[in-house]
Design a protein around this ligand. Structure first.
Ligand code: SAM
Length: 212
């Protein structure tokens, strides 16, 4: 199905309905948000396993997870290009630091800043693979020692796995998005070790740790 790439204005327009739309999709157990709550929980658990770690939340959206992480005692910097999403996030997570900007520009926008956990939840699939890998490569320099990048997103072990779900959801498939394919990500980013927590038939949490 033809889909328009969502720019900041598209997400501005979606903001008021975003949480309800995601919840309905999750409740139906459908692509793309099957397992959304469990995925948030797993990302939260990885962050919260260590006390007071600093967090960078890329594509924070309405800030539900941002708020949870902040309330658990972790300072959060959150980035999004949508002013409406950021407004909702600031309402939900007062006390976080918010930065409005393009994900690809984050290494420049946050030059010199480092974090213990960099999370990107249902966000990186908006970047074409080459941009995604370039961003992840650059983000390595923004990790503190022992730091990790945690990606929770629509994700498949390999291209065949993605194609199988595309076929099953032909009508709804969003061909303007670029989902994670773990095998390809591992090949493109040998500077990271990648661990995977499977969440649903269409989502995983991937933990990227700088390789020794
Ligand atoms: C699908 S929502 C995910 C929101 C939230 N992380 C969650 O778990 O529900 C994607 C978010 O990323 C933001 N986003 C998408 N593409 C972006 C880009 N190129 N630069 C900055 N933000 C972007 C959108 O505005 C939106 O808030």
């Amino acid at each position: 199905m033809e889909h328009k790439v969502l720019d900041a204005a598209g997400f501005d327009a979606w903001q008021a309905k975003y949480d309800a739309d995601v919840a309905a999709c999750e409740e139906a157990g459908d692509y793309p948000f099957a397992g959304y709550t469990e995925l948030h929980q797993q990302v939260f658990d990885i962050v919260h396993a260590r006390e007071g770690v600093s967090v960078l939340d890329l594509g924070c959206g309405t800030g539900k997870l941002t708020a949870r992480i902040l309330e658990a005692g972790h300072p959060v910097t959150a980035v999004d290009f949508s002013g409406q999403m950021l407004q909702a996030a600031a309402h939900n997570a007062p006390g976080a630091t918010f930065v409005q900007g393009e994900l690809a520009q984050v290494p420049d926008l946050l030059a010199g800043q480092t974090f213990d956990c960099i999370i990107a939840v249902y966000a990186l699939h908006h970047l074409p693979d080459a941009e995604k890998y370039a961003l992840l490569t650059a983000l390595r320099e923004h990790l503190n020692p022992e730091g990790v990048i945690v990606l929770g997103d629509v994700s498949f072990p390999d291209r065949d796995g993605l194609e199988a779900v595309r076929e099953a959801y032909e009508e709804d498939w969003d061909d303007s998005e670029f989902y994670l394919v773990r095998e390809e990500l591992e090949q493109a980013l040998p500077q990271f070790d990648v661990d995977c927590i499977p969440i649903s038939f269409c989502a995983d949490v991937l933990i990227l740790s700088p390789a020794e």
